[in-house]
Design a protein around this ligand. Structure first.
Ligand code: ATP
Ligand code: MG
Length: 368
C-alpha cells in the first residue's frame, strides 16, 4: 500500500500543506518542534481516525482554528483511493472517494500503517497498559470486526465497574446484580485473550529475526502473554469457564476495590532478552531496538492477515542507536514497503537510497 499524496488543513502546526511522497523511503528532516512528528501523526490519523498522542481531538486542530482536515491519496495495488477526515467542534465526517462514508468504523483502517514513535520504548520498560495498547492496536488494524471486539469489551467493563461502584445505593446484594455482567465480561473477554495470545505467538519469530538483524547478536527474545487469572485453555469455551471461575473467586477483592480486578484489561506481556526481563534491565538502546522490532513484527502480522503491506512510519527511530544498529534499522524497515522516516540530523547516509528527502520548518514542508 502506498500513500502518494497528503493534504493537511489546520492540522496541528500545519495551516495548509500538500506533500507528494515517494513509494520507497521518504526522509523528513528538520530541527526540534518544526512539525516532523505532526506529519507522521497525520498519516496515522488517516488510518486510525485517532491519535496516539492526543486523546482529545481538539488538540489536533491548529490553535485558534475551528476545523481541521486530513486527506490522503492511496494506491492499494492498482486501485486509487482517497480518504478524507474533517473534524472540529461539530464532530467528525469521513469521505471515501469523495463520497460521505455512512459509517466511520467501516472507513477506518482503509489505509494500513504501522508507526514507531519514541514513546514506544515504554512498551518495553513501562506499565502493562502500554503493552496492552500495542495488542489492541494490532487487533484494531485487522478490520472492523476485530476492532469491534476491543470496543465491546471496554464497554462491558465500564458498565460492570459502574455496577461495582453503585450497587449499594440500590439496596440489593452485589451477588444479585452482578451475574449478568460477569457473563457479559466473560463472553467479551475470552475471545480477546485468545486472539492476543495467538497474535503474540505469530509475532514472536518476527521480533527475533528483526532483533538479530538490527542488533547483530543472537540473544534470545522471549515474548509471552501473561493472563491476570489462571488460564491454561486454548478454546473459547474453556477460557470462558476459567474466567468465570476467576471472577467468582475475586468477588471479595472487587467489593473492596469497586473495580474489575481480572480480565484482558489486567493482562500483560512479559518480554525477556536472554534470561532477563527487559522491563527491569534493558539498556536504552535495547529498549529502542526491541520496541522497533515489535513494530516490525506488527507490520508483518498485519501484512499476513490482511494481505496488504502497511506503510512504515518511523519517528525519530535513530536516536540512541549506534551506527551499526541504524544501518540495521534501515535494512529491516525498508524491505518492500513504503517508509516515512523522521530525523533531526542531516540526512547523511539516510539520503542514500532514499526516494525523497523533505525539510520541515515551522509547519512548512519542502522537498530538498
Ligand atoms: P522534535 O524533533 O522535537 O520531535 P517535531 O518536528 O517532531 O520536533 P512536532 O511534534 O511535530 O515537532 O511539533 C511541532 C510543533 O507543533 C510543536 O511546537 C508543537 O507544540 C506544535 N503544535 C502541536 N499541536 C499544535 C496545535 N494544535 N496547533 C499549533 N501548534 C501545535
Ligand atoms: Mg518529533
Amino acid at each position: 500500500m502506498i500513500l502518494t499524496g497528503l493534504e493537511l488543513f489546520n492540522f496541528r502546526n500545519y495551516q495548509r500543506q500538500q506533500v507528494e511522497f515517494s513509494p520507497d523511503r521518504n526522509v523528513v528532516t528538520g530541527s526540534n518542534a518544526q512539525g516532523k512528528s505532526n506529519l507522521l501523526e497525520a498519516v496515522y490519523f488517516l488510518s486510525h481516525f485517532k491519535s496516539r498522542r492526543a486523546p482529545r481531538m481538539r488538540d489536533l486542530v491548529l490553535v485558534g482554528e475551528e476545523r481541521a482536515s486530513v486527506r490522503g491519496v492511496i494506491m492499494d495495488g492498482e486501485v486509487r483511493l482517497t480518504v478524507q477526515i474533517s473534524f472540529g467542534r461539530q464532530g467528525k465526517s469521513v469521505e471515501v472517494n469523495g463520497q460521505r462514508a455512512g459509517s466511520a468504523s467501516r472507513a477506518r483502517g482503509i489505509l494500513k500503517c504501522v508507526m514507531f514513535s519514541p514513546e514506544d520504548l515504554y512498551m518495553v520498560k513501562g506499565d502493562p497498559g502500554r503493552r496492552r495498547d500495542f495488542l489492541d492496536e494490532t487487533m484494531e488494524g485487522l478490520g472492523p470486526g476485530a476492532a469491534k471486539k476491543v470496543t465491546d469489551y471496554r464497554h462491558v467493563l465500564k458498565q460492570r465497574n459502574a455496577v461495582l461502584r453503585t450497587w449499594e445505593e440500590h439496596g440489593t446484594r452485589l451477588g444479585a446484580v452482578i451475574g449478568p455482567w460477569n457473563e457479559a465480561l466473560v463472553k467479551a473477554g475470552a475471545p480477546i485473550l485468545l486472539e492476543r495470545a495467538r497474535m503474540l505467538g505469530e509475532m514472536r519469530k518476527d521480533v527475533e529475526v528483526a532483533y538479530r538483524a538490527v542488533a547483530g547478536e543472537e540473544k534470545k527474545v522471549s515474548i509471552e502473554y501473561v493472563s491476570s487469572f489462571e488460564q491454561t485453555e486454548r478454546e473459547v469455551s474453556g477460557v470462558e469457564e476459567m474466567m468465570r471461575r476467576a471472577l467468582e473467586k475475586s468477588g471479595r477483592d472487587e467489593k473492596r476495590l469497586r473495580n474489575t480486578v481480572i480480565g484482558p484489561h489486567r493482562d500483560d506481556v512479559e518480554i525477556r532478552l536472554g534470561e532477563r526481563e527487559t522491563r527491569f534491565s534493558a539498556s536504552q538502546g535495547e529498549q529502542r531496538t526491541l520496541s522497533f522490532c515489535m513494530r516490525i513484527a506488527q507490520g508483518k502480522y498485519l501484512e499476513t492477515t490482511t494481505g496488504k503491506v502497511p506503510i512504515m512510519l518511523l519517528d525519530d527511530v535513530f536516536s540512541e542507536l549506534d551506527s551499526d544498529r541504524r544501518a540495521g534499522v534501515l535494512e529491516v524497515a525498508g524491505a518492500g514497503s513504503q517508509a516515512i522516516v523522521t530525523t533531526t540530523e542531516p540526512p547523511g547516509a539516510l539520503a542514500g537510497g532514499a526516494g525523497r528527502v523533505f525539510r520541515v520548518e515551522r509547519g512548512k514542508v519542502t522537498v530538498v
